[in-house]
Design a protein around this ligand. Structure first.
Ligand SMILES: *[C@@H]1O[C@H](CO)[C@@H](O)[C@H](O)[C@H]1NC(C)=O
Ligand SMILES: *[C@@H]1O[C@H](CO)[C@@H](O)[C@H](O)[C@H]1NC(C)=O
Length: 194
């Protein structure tokens, strides 16, 4: 009797493993499959730092920004522009000069999301067009109080060479034309990726 009990104890781990491998329902889940811990035969994760300039061009014949939402007329007086949303397809260049080498574009939108100051909610994809990064993207979603010296926003993901990316950007205004609204912003991007 005691011997049988001991056998059962020894078998217990095996029984547990078997019951997990072959669920009693007998159903096979075809839409979901566990993959190996290292799904992409990934090398070690690395930290990359990029620096480039983001051009938000409102004036001139080829603006890179369009206003897509205006707040209701009764709220338009807000000094912080609260409620406005712009869609962007902004060039990203190596240097602050507009004509310098193009690295990619920032596509997405920003909304004026603060009643107290000029504070943007930014949702944009950096899509790169150079070298091995051609076609790879990084997604930025964060808060941008534009009059602060350095604004930090999260990098929440990426595609292509930036699969599994996470990190942050630090944005600081390089130049801002009060008359036209045109802005050049330096972006320092720190991302962990494979
Ligand atoms: C929008 O305007 C109305 C009418 O002036 C005002 O009562 C309301 O507080 C405003 N809302 C915001 C979010 O500014
Ligand atoms: C980037 O990829 C696109 C689409 O695959 C291709 O047309 C273009 O020539 C590539 N550019 C560079 C600089 O490799």
């Amino acid at each position: 009797m005691a011997g049988n009990f001991l056998h059962l104890l020894l078998l217990l781990p095996l029984l547990i493993i078997l019951s997990q491998t072959f669920p009693t329902t007998g159903e096979t889940l075809t839409f979901l499959k566990s993959v190996k811990l290292n799904p992409m035969k990934l090398r070690t994760e690395k930290l990359s730092h990029f620096r480039f300039y983001w051009h938000d061009i409102i004036s001139g014949p080829n603006p890179s920004v369009v206003n897509i939402i205006q707040p209701p007329a009764k709220n338009k007086t807000s000094a912080t522009g609260f409620g406005m949303v712009n869609m962007i397809d902004d060039p990203l260049t190596v240097k602050p000069e507009a004509g310098s080498r193009l690295l990619g574009r920032a596509q997405g939108f920003y909304g004026l999301a603060s009643q107290e100051e000029v504070g943007l909610l930014m949702a944009m994809n950096f899509v790169f067009s150079t070298g091995k990064y051609n076609g790879s993207t990084l997604t930025i979603l964060g808060r941008n109080p534009v009059f602060e010296k350095v604004r930090e926003m999260p990098v929440i993901g990426g595609s292509g060479l930036f699969r599994f990316a996470r990190g942050y950007v630090q944005a600081s205004t390089h130049s801002f034309d009060l008359k036209t609204g045109d802005a050049v912003v330096e972006y320092n991007v720190h991302v962990l990726h494979y």
